[in-house]
Write a protein that binds this ligand. Sequence first.
Ligand code: NAD
Length: 541
Amino acid sequence: MGKGFFQVPTAVNEPIKSYAPGTPEREEVLKTYKELWNSTVEVPLYIGSEEIKTGDTTTMHPPHDHQHNLGTFHKANKSHVEKAISTALEARTKWADLEWEQRAAIFLKAADLIAGPYRSKINAATMIGQSKNIFQAEIDSACELIDFLTFNVEYMAQIYEEQPESLPGTWNRLEYRPLEGFVYAITPFNFTAIAGNLPASAALMGNVVVWKPSDSQVYSAQVIMEIFKEAGLPDGVINMVMGDPVMITDTVLASRDFSGVHFTGSTDVFKGIWEKIGKNIHNYKTYPRIVGETGGKDFILAHPSARPKQVATAISRGAFEFQGQKCSAASRVYIPKSMWEEVKGYVVEDVNSFKMGSPEDMKNFITAVIHEGSFDKLASYIDQAKEDKDAEIVVGGDYDKSKGYFIQPTVILTTNPKYSTMCTELFGPVVTIYVYEDNQWEETLKLVDDSIYGLTGAILSQDRYAAAQATKALQNAAGNFYINDKPTGAVVGQQPFGGARASGTNDKAGSKLNLLRWVSPRVIKETFVTPTDYRYPFMGE
Ligand code: NAD
């Protein structure tokens, strides 16, 4: 067969469509939304070439209209999970042996399918199943997923190109093998792009995958599987199983061939998985790779020199877009006393202008939170803030789950920098403000840094010395640090994403660093004229 050093197409960030009134994309996505809304689906397990309907099902409902029926998904029992593992392992040799450019072509094709014929479907499914407004769906399920797929192909090529030196008489080659076994991808509800990327990035590097999506994201996960199949992903490379997360995880981690976990979700769940891997460590063929991006308590810190309107906008967008359910969402804010009244005025005005309701009505900026458990938790923190002496509700504070899980965007003001909502990840449209004395800047830097998390954070300052000082003092407080911006909205290829501390292993999704976790390099040294005498010159008479 002919060979070549193929150059992959240059990755370019997918342009975000506007969906402004009168645009064709708006008409198309609304049409698809209606079609999906008025039909039901039955999501099977995808194991190899089989689509398995186990009969043990869960019904799916849009968070913004929980009585509306979207259909069901089937749940696995232990034997299905074992079958997913054995099917993945059977597919492994052929997949790992396939030329890299063939693997790349599959995922580039998937990206183009999303950019074109599947765009409205994956966006509408994300709007319905995860209650995202069209802009949030577009930047996630279309643009970010496309970017993950195309940029990862470019990063894969860069990795393969990286080769060691060779001295005369020898040739050193570095071969990037997939892991010896299978990878387990566990994905969260909040980003369709992450759901697609965690299995796809490992598969791109030649691995086979068992993928467990979140129960609250199965509706759009099925569209991802449909696209991967349409793109020509061979059967058995990515196997999707739903069901009891503990049973599925225990079954996967019990396999001798488990070689890595690619997780995104909450901190405690990840720590629990890590602990189980530790307990099973003597059973594995190879040390498993453990990659997890987890919770956050992301901050905005305003310096007295900052512009109040900019601070307010960073809060309104950074804390409330997608109902605050981004891992990067601002949830604790530090504002100097001299600025607070002005910032408060702008934020209250913004929040009172937000429209809330179904994403089908595109005037709505805010829709529902993901499920009843999240709604109840958020409502209880809001109620507590109404009671507590060291907290008050500045704006918002209402909630209503009669039709959907609607929490009014809420701003809490506290006099206690360690108040519960300043420290606990709530994952909803609730932000807490702590007002500091202007002359307490250095102490405030220490307060901001004193968090178990380290995901995202932003400093707003017109004073360059203060910005530089914060950049240094908060070096470990955030893996994605923003100057004069909101702490959300990382773009693949521009701001590789992830944090350390309790926020994750910081392997930076959408970068070469992440892909390196899914390969196990082998060095091959070849000598051209092989020595025939063991004696070295120094041993001469
Ligand atoms: P989650 O932890 O509830 O669920 C994540 C996945 O883990 C789901 O597939 C779930 O079914 C599974 N799971 C739940 N319990 C499990 C268990 N005991 N054993 C094994 N698997 C289990 O998280 P979520 O609510 O879907 O997502 C929100 C969380 O994800 C937040 O904490 C957020 O900060 C985090 N997140 C982080 C990033 C990041 O890049 N750091 C990105 C997105 C989301």
